[in-house]
Design a protein around this ligand. Structure first.
Ligand code: DQA
Length: 147
């Protein structure tokens, strides 16, 4: 089973960008964390990043036939994008929302998320490990263990 792990604007600059807030891990490091988690959970990871809202909408739609779940860090689009909200709702796949930083401890404009109402769960403030935890949570939903 494939999980799409989608990253939005400016996450390509991870490691360079405000390391005091986002940490020193690069997006390649985050991808490695996600791939390792996928390997141990039996999930194939399709890891992508774009600075463009429409790419994220296209990829969420693509996931409908190719993936069993989504992990999304939409970056600043989290706080603005009705289109991404609608796309997640339209495909009906379980989605875990991830943020590296604790958005609730930051500016008030980061406190509202258009993704949270369509997320199965939300992980904030735990850095790159949040992607690992998100994949564990998806795996539990998708591949329930024997009672
Ligand atoms: C972020 C938080 C957003 O508010 C911000 O715009 C980002 C990154 C995070 O991972 O902490 O680009 O999604």
């Amino acid at each position: 089973p494939v999980v799409f792990v989608l990253n939005g604007p400016n996450l390509n600059l991870l490691g360079l960008r405000e390391p005091a807030i986002y940490g020193s891990a690069t997006l390649a490091d985050v991808e490695q964390i996600a791939r390792r988690a996928g390997e141990s959970l039996g999930l194939a990871i399709d890891f992508r990043q774009s600075n463009h809202e429409g790419d994220l909408v296209d990829w969420i739609q693509e996931a409908r036939t190719k993936a069993v779940g989504l992990v999304i860090n939409a970056g600043a689009l989290t706080h603005t994008s009705v289109a991404i909200h609608d796309a997640v709702r339209a495909v009906g796949l379980p989605m875990i929302e991830v943020h590296l930083s604790n958005v609730h401890a930051r500016e008030s404009f980061r406190h509202h998320s258009y993704l949270s109402p369509v997320a199965a769960g939300v992980i904030v403030g735990l850095g790159a490990d949040g992607y690992d935890f998100a994949l564990q949570a998806l795996a539990r939903r998708l591949l329930p263990r024997d009672p």
